[in-house]
Write a protein that binds this ligand. Sequence first.
Ligand code: AN7
Length: 374
Amino acid sequence: MNKRYTGLIEHYRDRMPVTDGTRVISLGEGNTPLVKLENIPGETGKSVDLYVKYEGLNPTGSFKDRGMTMAVTRAVAEGSRAIICASTGNTSAAAAAYAARAGITAFVLIPEGKIALGKLAQAMIHGAVVIQIRGNFDAGMALVKEVADHAPVTIVNSINPYRLQGQKTAAFEIVDELGAAPDFHCLPVGNAGNITAHWIGYSEYAGQGTQACAFCEGSCKFGGKAVNGKRPTMVGYQASGSAPFMRGGMVDHPETVATAIRIGHPQSWDRAWTVQKESGGWFDECSDEEILAAQKLLTSREGIFCEPASATSVAGALRDIRAGRIPEGSSVVCTLTGHGLKDPDTAIRQCGDDMLTVDAELSAVKDAILNNMA
Ligand code: AN7
């Protein structure tokens, strides 16, 4: 039977916190491609099956749509007229779009001058009330938590537990496609909500509880039957200038070219350590140079354009594959959390003056071609 795909809540309805009458706020999010890399693995000199989950192909261009469809659906069901978030950019883009769809107001707090151009454009064009603060994401997050006690607004940052319930579906999709969880799942880590959500999803599909889940008391509250007992080793990579999980404590002045993960006070700190312990995984860090090199490698060798923060997962995974920490023969999934078009400035800056300008004449264009054949 031909059934239209109408988003992840409908697709995984029996595993989601909705009831029959719930009005679902969806833009058709989820169901993103799991692309097997063909050219990059060979460069490591090791044999691995390396996949990327291309979350940039969600409706607003990042994985945040998975959490936002669930959080906004619940906010509307509970009668909320306004949502609020602090954001490094992608959460604000998703909040703005889903609020527009629902007919409610989105307030977004963003760090002045530190969000990528595409994300700012999204928040503005969808009609969110954009509040730039003279401070970073962590300061914005603290303010959002405070102001929610003084105004009728629902917080849709990932401290809202429904966000992670939406985001857990990315793990379901991977198991549905591969038949079982991969050996390793690598993600970029900022607030650590997404690595937690993936572990919740893998655990639910494995028929196991996890202490990382706000709803889970030994077994999943929304869970249907177990699908496959295998769970992956979870690996989280941070940008070196914003790596509290490597420093063992909060970082007060985070810096990185990957502005999406310019976060020093992760909101899911305890949960992420639980994920690390339960899965037997680890955290590591990548320099800005490694992150940008991985972004360039994915675009130029595989045709896949992700934003810098997303490339952190591949930068880290390639290093751990080369070093053997991820052993040969493993299956590895790296989440590419956001689309490259989110941050055109950084992409163009990466390429320097890699452009030819010639006269509008046949001979000039012909020369440009013949002088530049691979
Ligand atoms: C592309 O938008 O926190 O570890 O405010 O946009 O779940 O925080 C973004 C986070 C990775 C980190 N990749 O995920 C926000 C925000 C991209 C992101 C992360 C973010 P978490």
